[in-house]
Ligand binder design. Structure first.
Ligand code: FMN
Length: 352
């Protein structure tokens, strides 16, 4: 049986994690957060193996402190040629706007940790202090192999059954991701039921009904929010949106502009961008993909393939109207400051 120790005691860090954010959390961001005494994270779910290796080595060159590396554990896409064609047909008028033809094929652009043994080998070789899983769980033997290598393991969960499954798989601690959270929802089966619990409800539920340490994620932007989660039984918190405006983040200029505007409060949890539920600032693809007559989007990550192609095309014409700009419900509270200052401001508020 796995004996879990608290992340903060094991690693000697503050109870604060900068969320892994694929494409946004750079080595500079992760290292700055870790140097400030919290836990920085890299998201390698959207990277090639060599990019992932480079990011891990670059982070290690910037800090000797612990950091987290996050992988995607999604099930392979359900291929359905008819559904994929319907989705492409629905998006065709958007490609027409740029006088471009619609793609004819969709590709699984992100290999899952579950089907790519090279990702496990990379983690065992580079041994980051922490590894976290999103969208599901690896088999218990793989979790054990990571733990045997001295790696502390985390898994995103959105419900009690997912939390119990993560416990069964031997994961050390759970990231309880509430409905307020920005970015992709870590739900294991995106086609299954979803109670859509708030972060506070989920933290209390998991604290009451299972024994693994719980890390709260979703809508946490201020020291008061951290205190509320610790009071509810969380041992730490994980914040993504709070770090989007840091100079160290790879957030684009248009995304940063939008984060400053009151429109940032207008986020939506939608499957139309990637095929999995994810929360972002409402853009033209979301509006277009959610019209009453729209067919269901292609499965994850097939829908993301065409969304990225559309965004690339629009970008070449100077438009950001189709960019996926992930943000939590409370991202309008994100502060523009270096990551180390964000960490110290949050701690000062926590201890007021
Ligand atoms: N979580 C992951 O486990 N892996 C990711 O690659 C990932 N990418 C994200 C990208 C962005 C831009 C954002 C905002 C979140 C992402 N998340 C990812 C979700 C975060 O882990 C976390 O659950 C979320 O940021 C918490 O909500 P908040 O944004 O309100 O703080």
């Amino acid at each position: 049986m796995t004996v879990s120790h608290s992340l903060t005691d094991t690693l000697g860090i503050l109870p604060l994690i900068q969320a892994p954010m694929a494409g946004v959390s750079t080595p500079a961001l992760a290292a700055a957060v870790s140097e400030a005494g919290a836990l920085g994270s890299l998201g390698i779910g959207a990277s090639t193996l060599s990019q992932a290796r480079e990011m891990i080595l670059a982070t290690r060159a910037l800090t000797s402190k612990p950091f987290n590396v996050n992988v995607f554990c999604h099930q392979p896409a359900r291929r359905d040629a008819q559904l994929e064609q319907q989705w492409l047909n629905h998006l065709a008028p958007l490609f027409d706007e740029f006088s471009a033809s619609t793609p004819t094929q969709l590709t699984e652009i992100y290999p899952s940790f579950l089907s790519d043994p090279a990702q496990l080998s990379l983690l065992l070789e580079t041994r980051p202090a922490v590894v976290s899983f999103h969208f599901g769980l690896p088999p218990a033997e793989q979790v054990q192999a990571l733990r045997d290598a001295g790696i502390y393991t985390l898994a995103s969960v959105t419900s009690l059954p997912e939390a119990l499954a993560a416990g069964e798989a031997g994961v050390d601690a759970l990231v309880a991701q509430g409905i307020e959270a920005g970015g992709h929802r870590g739900i294991f089966d995106p086609h299954g039921p979803d109670e859509q619990l708030t972060t506070l409800a989920l933290v209390r539920l998991l604290h009451q009904h299972q024994s693994r340490p719980v890390i709260a994620a979703g809508g946490i932007m201020h020291g008061d929010d951290i205190q509320q989660m610790l009071n509810a039984g969380a041992c730490a918190v994980q914040l993504g949106s709070a770090f989007l405006r840091c100079p160290e983040s790879a957030t684009t200029a248009s995304w940063r502009e939008n984060l400053k505007s009151p429109d940032t409060a207008h986020t939506r949890l939608t499957r139309v961008i990637s095929g999995r539920p994810a929360r972002g600032i409402v853009n033209r693809l979301i509006t277009w993909g959610e019209t009453a007559d729209a067919p269901p989007p292609a499965d994850y990550p097939l829908a993301y393939d065409v969304a990225k192609q559309l965004n690339g095309l629009a970008g070449r014409h100077g438009s950001h109207a189709f960019a996926a700009q992930w943000a939590g419900q409370r991202a309008f509270l994100a502060r523009e400051a270096p990551a180390a200052d964000i960490v110290s401001q949050l701690l000062a508020e926590l201890h007021q």
